[in-house]
Design a protein around this ligand. Structure first.
Ligand code: ADP
Ligand code: MG
Length: 721
């Protein structure tokens, strides 16, 4: 067996398994070895069913059979019951008042059951235990893991559980991987991490780490192996970032001539005085414009900290500059926003900021194009065809082009692109960012902006190629949002408060965690409030004489736009929404927000949602409805009322739940191990330091061919959208 052979050619598998493997992205034997366990089951701590005694608090493994539900004869309480057996005996398991539990379990499935033994001699039972799926744990020595491999290691007590997919189990993975390991496939892989680094950081070599991960003798070994893979992953990403940075630094950048007096008078036109944070950010951007190489800067600022004004000022300086060799022309700006709603909003703000000067602004989205000024009425914008707009952009006659993802299509090409602004940059992939950039010979400058409070480790990892400016100050006069955490039964309190605000002329948001009715399969899951149902109910029962609007991601862009516009125009009083409003939407008259199922959101996301209502000088309010029952969920939400900033919240969530929960695992492209590593600032900094050194010595990594493959693989996966 060799690493690059397909799994299919080496193992006998059926179609459903093949599909499952494909879904998990596993094709070759090497992929299989890199399918790392999610956790381990330690059967050393468990008991055999045959040895159980009344009063024992135990963990047992077994298969369920004869599952059924019935009512007790006297109290008519619902009981679910079944038998758990493990080869040494069987015991009855009962659940009172949780009849759905038996429905969740399937006959024959291996479960881990923890609880206290009750009943009497000969009639023992476990009632209301905790259960957990433990697919494929060998229940007795005769069902040995290494059956058929000639390996009779009876000391094995740690069993790897793998990320599974329908059709394939952990048991299958353990068997297949055991075969690959005994065939020595892991010894044929080349270790991409240079030996010198492995020694310095006490990291096991690749082959050892693979054995330790898949078949650990002790947990410490598996942890040491995980650390190695975490280092490898972060190191590869950092290498890619530093390489990229070196390339950007070498390219010739578009040169921008700054006119201080002019810039100042642009800033003076804002209806407010800039905060010192905004001024500092603008200074850094201008310094980048005038130093060699292209700017690559990330502007990170809490919701409402005024990033748009900074972006507009940067855009102003750029369009006031002429391209090389054309003193009458203007450099162009591309401004990319994550949603049509936001793109439209920026388009309108920019018309406000630039209307006094002869600058033309375009809006390019999937659902239509606008151009400002209109020939017919020069104070307004007008609808134009996409082809026409793109023609003007290509000729340099649209100076600022604002849009969504539509901006990075191949058909869009600028004549004199000087600056790319990306709003809410975590919504875009690394690759997309570069797509825009490559379109010109001279490297345009890049300003990325995000309100997502990114913990330091994550920022270093994912944005290591950017310089960072933090806007850590709110505009003067902003009052912090008064936040309350309420139980579901206290909902009417929030409704009463919303009524008060509406009576005072304000507007409200109600946020729900999902669009449709909950997945019927997820019986155990907390019943999530549905935006559609909530909107109906609010309109019918709670606020019958106020217009309730609804926006969610399944609406078409046009529909979304119409709703948002009606909300901005105060035709809608209460906007029920899923988290699509999370990003940047600006309706200053909305002063109260109620978030249903708050326990289901990450803290950073809740903070952003709450940020929808700190857009004006009015006092704003936020109600978090907590449907979570645990103390942990209460404590977590409590941080929302005590933390001083989004950054604090993000760090808190990172420690409590891990980065996966912060932004969604699938979103970052980091593996679980990589995500975990983000809790470890020392590891991230070490990987970063080493990557930097390596690129400084050998910018093309000519001496490290294996690193090229590793980097390519990581970049392929890495997309932070
Ligand atoms: P974000 O950083 O979330 O993108 P915005 O740029 O949308 O924030 O700004 C939020 C609101 O604050 C806008 O209505 C904007 O006009 C206003 N604003 C921006 N800067 C200031 C300031 N220095 N003083 C007062 N209001 C400001
Ligand atoms: Mg914004």
């Amino acid at each position: 067996m060799t690493p690059h052979e397909t799994i299919r050619s080496q193992f006998r598998i059926i179609d459903t398994q093949l599909r499952a493997l494909k879904k998990l992205g596993l094709h070759t034997v090497r992929d299989l070895l890199y399918h790392l366990p999610a956790r381990y089951e330690n059967i050393a701590e468990s008991k055999s069913v045959g040895t159980l005694q009344k009063g024992d608090e135990v963990v047992v493994y077994g298969t369920f059979s004869a599952l059924k539900t019935r009512k007790t004869w006297n109290s008519r309480r619902a009981i679910a019951e079944g038998w758990l057996s493990d080869g040494t005996g069987r015991i009855k398991v009962m659940w009172f008042n949780q009849p759905y539990l038996a429905k969740m379990l399937t006959e024959g499935v291996v479960m881990k059951v923890s609880g206290t033994i009750g009943g009497s001699e000969g009639k023992l039972f476990i009632s209301n235990p905790e259960t957990e799926l433990a697919s494929g744990i060998p229940l007795s020595q005769s069902d040995s893991l290494f059956e058929g491999d000639g390996n009779t290691d009876t000391e094995q007590t740690l069993f790897a559980l793998y990320p599974e997919s329908k059709g394939i189990t952990s048991k299958w993975f353990r068997h297949a991987i055991a075969r690959a390991l005994s065939a020595g496939v892991h010894e044929q892989l080349t270790d991409p991490v240079p030996e010198e680094l492995r020694t310095r950081y006490h990291l096991p070599r690749l082959a050892t780490a693979l054995v330790w991960l898949h078949q650990p003798k002790k947990l410490a070994d598996s942890e040491s192996a995980r650390k190695r893979f975490a280092f490898e992953e972060i190191f590869a990403i950092q290498l890619a970032k530093y390489k990229e940075r070196a390339e950007v630094a070498q390219a010739d950048a578009v040169s921008i001539a700054l006119d201080t007096k002019n810039n100042n008078s642009f800033v003076d036109r804002f209806p407010f005085a800039l905060t010192s944070g905004q001024r500092h950010a603008i200074e850094s951007i201008f310094a980048d414009f005038t130093s060699p190489g292209a700017m690559s800067r990330l502007l990170e600022g809490d919701v409402g900290s005024g990033k748009t004004a900074v972006a507009a000022t940067a855009a102003f300086a750029v369009v006031e500059s002429s391209p090389n060799g054309n003193v009458h022309g203007r450099l162009q700006v591309a401004y990319m926003a994550p949603t049509e709603i936001l793109a439209k909003q920026h388009f309108e703000s920019f018309i406000e900021y630039f209307h006094y000067m002869p600058v033309s602004i375009g809006l390019l989205t999937g659902s239509g194009c606008l151009k400002y000024p209109s020939k017919v009425s020069p104070t307004k914008s007008t609808s134009v065809s996409r082809a026409q707009l793109l023609k003007w952009v290509g000729e340099g006659d649209i100076h600022i082009l604002i849009g969504t993802h539509a901006l990075i299509q191949k058909s869009v090409s600028f004549k004199n692109l000087g600056l790319i602004i990306i709003d809410e940059q975590h919504r875009f992939g690394t690759r997309q960012r570069h797509e825009l950039r490559k379109k010109d010979d001279l490297m345009p400058h890049l300003l990325s902006m995000t309100a997502t409070p990114i913990p330091r480790t994550l920022a270093l990892t994912l944005y290591g190629d950017l310089d960072l400016t933090v806007l850590d100050e709110m505009p003067a006069g902003r009052k912090p949002v008064k936040s309350f955490i309420i139980k579901e039964s206290e909902r009417s309190q929030a409704y009463a408060h919303i009524t008060e605000e509406l009576n005072a002329g304000r507007q409200a948001y109600v946020i729900c965690p999902r669009i449709d009715e909950p997945d019927p399969e997820k019986l155990m899951a907390v019943m999530a409030a549905s935006a559609i149902e909530t909107a109906k109910k609010l309109q019918r029962e709670i606020f019958p004489d106020r217009h309730v609007g609804l926006v969610h991601s399944k609406l078409t862009p046009k529909e979304k736009d119409a709703v948002m516009e009606a909300f901005a125009a105060h035709e809608i009083y209460i906007l029920v929404a899923t988290s699509v409003v999370e990003v940047g939407v600006n309706v200053p008259n909305a002063t109260i927000i109620m978030i249903e199922g708050a326990e289901r959101f990450g803290l950073a996301q809740l903070h952003q949602l709450r940020g929808r209502v700190i857009r004006s000088e009015h006092q704003a309010y936020c109600y978090f409805v907590n449907a979570g029952k645990s103390q942990k969920s209460k404590d977590r939400l409590k941080a929302l009322t005590t933390a001083k900033s989004g950054f604090e919240l993000a760090e808190f969530d990172l420690k409590q739940r891990g980065a996966g929960e912060l932004y969604g695992r699938s979103q970052s492209g980091l593996s679980d191990i990589g995500m975990d590593a983000l809790k470890n600032l020392k590891l991230v900094e070490a990987a970063r330091e080493e990557a930097k050194k390596l690129v400084e010595q050998d910018a093309t990594l000519a001496h490290y061919p294996h690193l090229h493959t590793l980097i390519a693989e990581k970049l392929e996966k890495l997309h932070f959208e």
